[in-house]
Write a protein that binds this ligand. Structure first.
Ligand code: GTP
Length: 344
């Protein structure tokens, strides 16, 4: 089976981080995000991977190259203009005669994809969609299944007060489509799986099932909050991804305190700085008595003495001034300057 990763969205919800770095290659634990998906595909024996691109395609190609560093063969297809999730698939697989496994390029999961492929094959489905359970179903569009695992309906975001909490399953952004389902997607037009293709598949009675990720970690990284959560889940061990080297070659003062954090290559950490449950990209400078907690800092950012950064995401090459404070939920785009003593 071949795979296609949808990696052409503008990633507006993750702005300002995605202004210069497209979402598919934002760093997660200092690795370009899509490399986690390439690992999953390779482990499932799927090495023929198409990346469907539209927004800043060159940056993605530059980072991932031909895929050989990640044990896969990458093929890039760039749309003339954004075609939406389903339109992009149709454009990229035109003429294909084998099934395709489609991944949204912004979900982090430890699912063994081969188990989903097996379930799809055993059931002889035309479409299988992965579903994940959420704690608060009132925030999402939901997917209801029949008792035999087939898809019953797609339900708009339920209104508070009129909903009994069931179903609690949402689209997890992983699909398998047989060639017999490709014609549901109009050629050359903008269309989406969620709003166009899946409802049409139900209407036309295609063999269409859900595959629930009950035992797997799943998180989308499409907003600053969820991007930060993915990091904290990996650092805490909730998500089962190898952390690799926690501290690359750095210049760290013996009086600095570092706990459960990843420190990128070439970072400088000055005396009495505290770094807890955080990720620092390469070349970050941390001055004396800085506190960084539950945060992600991208490469080459400088944090001046006594500054405090908590629950924040800081882009590339930022400058956080002396004794400044970034409170939980702050998100800085690349090259942002926070003046001394400011509170954000
Ligand atoms: P937002 O602007 O924040 O909603 O993000 P997004 O543009 O990435 O949209 P969304 O999160 O709905 O997209 C889900 C996945 O589909 C992401 O991996 C996107 O890269 C991808 N995607 C969305 N629209 C397109 C498109 O028109 N073309 C291609 N090739 N991929 C798309």
């Amino acid at each position: 089976m071949r795979a296609l990763i949808l990696a052409g969205g503008k990633g507006t919800r993750l702005r300002p981080l995605t202004v210069y770095t497209p979402k598919p290659v934002v760093p997660v634990l200092n690795r370009p995000f899509l490399t986690y998906q390439l690992d999953l595909l390779r482990k499932a024996g799927i090495t023929d991977v198409t990346l469907s691109l539209s927004y800043q395609p060159d940056k993605i190609e530059d980072v991932l190259g031909d895929g050989s560093d990640f044990g896969v063969k990458l093929n890039f297809v760039t749309e003339p203009s954004a075609l939406g999730t389903a339109g992009a698939v149709r454009f990229a697989i035109e003429g294909a005669s084998e099934p395709v496994l489609v991944l949204n390029g912004d979900i982090l999961t430890d699912l063994d994809l081969s188990t989903m492929v097996q379930a799809h094959t055993d059931r002889k489905d035309q479409i299988t969609i992965a579903l994940t359970r959420v704690e608060d179903p009132t925030k999402y569009g939901l997917v209801a299944m029949n008792s035999d695992g087939s898809i019953e309906s797609f339900i708009e975001k339920p209104k508070d007060g009129t909903f009994d909490g069931s179903p609690n399953t949402i689209n997890a952004g992983i699909y398998i489509l047989e060639p017999s389902a490709f014609d549901l997607i109009p050629k050359g037009a903008n269309s989406s799986f969620e709003y166009d293709v899946f409802p049409k598949a139900l209407e036309q009675g295609l063999a269409f099932s859900g595959y629930v990720l009950d035992d797997n970690y799943w998180q989308d990284i499409g907003t600053p909050e969820s991007y930060l959560s993915a990091h904290l889940d990996i650092l805490s061990g909730k998500a089962g991804f190898a952390l690799g080297d926690r501290t690359d070659s750095t210049e760290t003062s013996p009086t600095a305190y570092i706990e459960n954090s990843i420190i990128g290559e070439g970072c400088v950490i000055k005396p009495n700085a505290k770094i807890i449950d955080s990720v620092l990209g390469p070349g970050v400078h941390v001055e004396e008595k800085v506190v960084i907690e539950n945060s992600v800092l991208w490469a080459h950012t400088r944090v001046s003495s006594f500054a405090k950064i908590r629950g924040s995401v800081v882009g590339k090459g930022c400058h956080v001034g002396k004794d400044a404070e970034l409170r939980a939920g702050s998100v800085l785009g690349d090259k942002a300057m926070i003046p001394d003593y400011s509170v954000v």
